[in-house]
Design a protein around this ligand. Structure first.
Ligand code: AMP
Length: 262
């Protein structure tokens, strides 16, 4: 049995980072109509994953985590995303390499199985993930990692603390903040207001070059990654009709009435 070693205060924190199309890029549908074009497109770390790395690094700085390990499942270039995590303060990284299409073929259950496998192998005490990847908008992976590991989960967090041998977290829910607590090990997912991720400074980018990225090929892991659904087609959003300029507020009111909006 693999033992979680919180009692000896050796806590490894894993954080999952996904390489996605940069949030500022307007994606275009690929010619095969089954995904978006990724060639020559600016790719970056998923913004919620930046928040995950920041959370993990802050725990290390606060002395409650010993090691921060960034994990990414994706093509060779996912190593750039891992380097960013290392420059933000992660200690080492694990790259599970696959050329499966990250926004359609590589589905959340498959990623969750891989991440759960890494968590067991590393005997992690905490797994931090983004609440959602901005390419597939699935919002499934963290929840499924928790399910597969049979760990408690705290999702959509705006605050997180280790207290005693467990955690206390705050979640933004309709009409307020929900405080919850639970034991470790656990899985958490980050919402926008949890923290403000730091920028990787030049000296830290240089230091990160010396940190280790362990690479494994997905096909060498004995994990069933069969797709659970098929993408039938991906289409561009409907074109918006052009707007019109109004003279002043009175004109706006007239136009709104004419359009039946008032
Ligand atoms: P999703 O369920 O696809 O919306 O993704 C939620 C979170 O799961 C992301 O913010 C990442 O932390 C993690 N994740 C999803 N896909 C990957 C991947 N290919 N590699 C690493 N982490 C991932």
């Amino acid at each position: 049995i693999k033992l979680f070693r919180w009692q000896n205060i050796i806590m490894k924190v894993l954080c999952a980072v996904k390489r996605v199309v940069d949030y500022a890029v307007k994606p275009r549908v690929a010619p095969d109509g089954l995904g978006v074009l990724l060639k020559n497109i600016k790719m970056s770390m998923n913004p919620f994953c930046e928040i995950a790395v920041e959370q993990a690094v802050q725990l290390k700085e606060a002395g409650v985590a010993d090691e921060v390990i960034a994990v990414s499942v994706g093509p060779k270039q996912a190593q750039e995303t891992l380097r960013t995590a290392l420059a933000m303060g992660a200690d080492r990284a694990i790259h599970i390499q696959t050329d499966m299409r990250p926004d359609s073929d590589l589905q959340p259950l498959a990623v969750a199985k891989i991440l759960a496998h890494v968590a067991e192998e590393e005997e992690a005490g905490l797994f931090v993930l983004g609440k959602q990847a901005i390419d597939d908008d699935s919002n499934q992976t963290g929840q499924m990692v928790a399910g597969l590991l049979d760990w408690p989960q705290a999702t959509f967090l705006c605050d997180f603390k280790i207290e005693g041998e467990g955690f206390v977290a705050e979640r933004e829910v309709d009409g307020g903040i929900q405080r919850i607590s639970g034991p470790l090990p656990c899985v958490i997912t980050t919402d926008l207001r949890l923290n403000e991720p730091r920028y990787a400074t030049l000296p830290n980018i240089m230091k990160a070059k010396k940190k280790k990225i362990a690479t494994k090929k997905l096909k060498d892991l004995d994990i069933d990654i069969t797709s659970r659904h098929e993408v039938l087609d991906v289409s561009e959003p409907a074109e918006r009709s052009a707007g019109i300029m109004v003279e002043d507020v009175d004109d706006l009111m007239v136009k709104l009435k004419e359009a039946g909006a008032l």
